[in-house]
Design a protein around this ligand. Structure first.
Ligand code: HXC
Ligand code: NAP
Length: 274
């Protein structure tokens, strides 16, 4: 039995892989000598990331610009990746959108937008990739969030969408398990320097409160999440499927606590001052 994580020349697809946590994941696979493809809406971000993946040592790096809300565009993009890279060993699905907003104050379209990106985007990505997954052997990792199981005021849209993502993970681990496809979710905690952390902890005061809520006493790093994705997609994890795995410094053990209320307080204070 191998005790090593080996990705040389394996085909890795990272959807939403052009910034933040997901880009960190794509770069980690590139450093392992894998063939890596990334996708997001911005061609500029795609081009910048592809250049970085080559610098990091990817055996091959390519990208495409599409919106995960468009199932035809997703399917066409994934077909293009398949033509270049062959069947997919690893699929990371992590495109997401988020903004703090109280349910009573956000439009129906605002709520729908997050569901369309996070939840329906995951559906489009998984269905679009299915014909090209290596069977047996493929590993899918959906990037979830603590909102999937911890309620945070001002995050009803994200809570609903990410809970759906994790239930898709669990369900498809059963539907696709017989074909040798493993499906897991990774739940990052608060990851420093990312767009998500900036949006949810916009002031130094809130950032400090977030920090105080993490039992391990530090914010996470993109590498913390990337390392878990490498493990789950490696030959060390061939019996791991249907799992939702926290990479959060044990934040889950404290529940949403005061942080679950604090964003609502911030939004209500902003409402009063307007
Ligand atoms: C209320 C808002 C809003 C806000 C947008 N909307 N921002 N409502 N408060 N701050 C509303 C708009 O008014 C509109 O509704 C609807 O949402 C769609 O907005 P658009 O700007 O047209 O959408 P679009 O251009 O498609 O952009 C999607 C987006 C944007 C989600 C709104 O922020 C985005 O592209 N985000 C991607 C990057 C991102 O969010 N990264 C963080 C991921 S972190 P109306 O009714 O006016 O039409 C994450 C979890 C982090 O997911 C967890 C940390 C612990
Ligand atoms: P980010 O930098 O904003 O990354 C989001 C990525 O998704 C970008 O590459 C973005 O690129 C792409 N994207 C967004 N909307 C898209 C769409 N409609 N179609 C295609 N691509 C789209 O955010 P992040 O903070 O690193 O978060 C990354 C993932 O981790 C998300 O799934 C998020 O929910 C999860 N997460 C983050 C945190 C955190 O602390 N940051 C915590 C828990 C979970 P374009 O703009 O070019 O489209």
């Amino acid at each position: 039995m191998t005790r090593e994580m080996e990705f040389r020349d394996r085909s890795i697809i990272v959807i939403g892989g052009t910034s933040g946590i997901n880009r960190g994941i794509a770069e980690a696979f590139a450093e392992s000598g894998a063939k890596v493809a990334v996708a997001s809406r911005s061609q500029e971000k795609v081009d910048d990331t592809v250049a970085a993946l080559k610098d990091r040592g990817a055996a091959k790096a390519l990208g495409a610009a599409f919106d995960v809300r468009n199932p035809e565009a997703v399917a066409a993009g994934l077909a293009g990746f398949n033509a270049e890279l062959g069947d997919f060993d690893v699929l990371i699905s992590g495109a997401a959108g988020n903004f703090p907003a109280l349910m009573s104050e956000m439009s129906v379209n605002a709520f729908r937008t997050v569901v369309e990106i996070d939840l329906m985007g995951t559906v489009h990505v998984m269905k679009g990739a299915y014909p090209y997954l290596k069977k047996p052997g493929a590993s899918i990792v959906n990037i979830s969030a603590p909102q999937a199981y911890l309620p945070y005021e001002g995050q009803a849209h994200v809570c609903a969408a990410k809970a759906g993502v994790d239930q898709i993970t669990r369900t498809l681990s059963m539907e696709w398990g017989g074909e040798g496809v493993r499906v897991n979710s990774v739940v990052p905690g608060f990851i420093d320097g990312t767009e998500g952390a900036k949006r949810l902890a916009p002031t130094e005061e809130i950032r400090q409160q977030v920090l105080d809520s993490v039992p391990l006493g530090r914010m996470g790093l993109p590498d913390d999440v990337a390392n878990m994705c490498l493990f789950l997609s490696s030959d060390l994890a061939t019996y791991v499927s249907g799992c939702v795995i926290n990479v959060d410094g044990a934040v889950y053990q404290r529940g949403s606590g005061y942080l679950g209320q604090q964003m609502g307080d911030m939004l209500r204070a902003m409402r009063k001052s307007n």
